[in-house]
Design a protein. Sequence first.
Length: 407
Amino acid sequence: MLTDLLRDLFKLDARNVTINYDQYSLNSLNGFFDTGEGEFFFKFHQEEGEEAMSGEYYRADILAKAGLPVDQPVLMSVLPGEQILVYRRRRDPRFSDVLRELDLKDDLQRRAKAVAAERKLSREVLDVYLETLHPITPDQAAAEPINRLFFERLIDPATGAFPGGRFKNFYVDQDFAFPGTSLSWDTFSKAHFCINGIEYAETVGDLFAAAHARIAPSRLADAGGVTAHGDAHNANVWYSERGEEASLSFFDPAFAGEHIPTLLAEVKTTFHNVLAHPLWLYDPALAADTYEARAAFSDGVLDVTMNWAPSPVRKDLLGVKAADMWKPLLKTLHMRGMLPDDWRRVVKLGLFLCPTLVMNLRAGATTHNPVSSLIGFSLAVMAGSEPVAGPDFLTEFFDAIDPRADV
C-alpha cells in the first residue's frame, strides 16, 4: 500500500519499503525505502476527522525561516489521509532513543552531553520565541493546527459537541481497571486522587471540563503568539554527536505555525520529553515490570501508592526547561503585560491533555495495563491539578518558573 501511495503521490519507484516498529509513533507510521537516487526516510501522519479540522499540516519552511534547526523534507503531501513527509535518510539516532538508554542505565558523561544539547536547543528556541512574540487575534489562534493536539481532541470535529472526539471515544462510559480496584467512568471521573499521601483538588472529570473551557482556541490569544514547532517531542528530534558535543535538530513539523498561542508552544515538549518517562507512556509492559502501583477506592477518593519517579536525566531536562525556557519566556510575557493571571492554569491544563488524549490510557484498550494506566492517570492529575495542601515536584517546578516570584 505504501509503495502504491508513494508512486501515486510522487511518481517514485520505491523499493525495499519497510515500516519501523516505533513505540513513539502514536499517531503515525514511519520507515525507509530506496530509489535509484538513494535511501529515504518517510513519516506518515493521520488524525481522526482531519478533513473537518482547521489549519494546515506541514509548514516546514516556517521553522527554517525563523532560524530554527530543522531537517527539510525533499517531498511532502498535505492531502487529508495522505499526509506524508519524505526525507533523505540519516544515520543519527533520535533524541528519544538516546534518552531511553539513559533512563535504563544512567551514564554521567553521556547524560551531561545530552542535557547540554537540550540546553543549547532550548536557548535557540527561546530566542525565536522572544523574537517572534506578538499579539494575535482569536481567529489567528483558532487557525493554528496545534489545536488538533489539544482542544479538537475533546470535541466532535464536525459538530463541535463536547464530550466528543478522542475524549469521548477513549473514556466516557468506559471501565477503568487498576491494581486493587476497578471503576466505572461515572465513579472514576468524579474521584479525587490521593497520590502517595498528597490529595489533589480536581478530578479527571473536572480537568477535562476545565480544559474544554479554557483551552478553547478563541481564548488562547491573551498571551500572544510565537513561531514554534508545537509538537517537538524527542522522537521528532535528531541527535548528532560531533566529538565531545552533541546538537539537536527538528523534523516532522506537522503542527508548526507562526501564531501558535505562546502558552501552548512548549507544553507538548515539556510533558512528552520529561513526564512521560521513564517507560510508562511508551513502554507500558516494561513499566509494569519495573514499577509497583496500587489503588484503593473509598468515599470518593482514589488512594494511589506507586514508586514511579523521574529518572536522573528526566530531572535534569525538567531543570533545563525551567531555567532556560519557561522562566525567561514567562518573565518576558510579564514584562510586556501579556501574561494572563491564570497562566499557570492554562499550562497545567495543557499538560493534563498531553497523555490523556495522545493515546487511550485505559488498561486493555490498546497497550496499557493496570499498572501503567494507574501511573499515567496519576501523572496526568498531578500535571493538571494543584494539590490540596503541600508541594509535589510539579508545584516546585511551577513555583520556580513563576515570574512574579522575583518581584
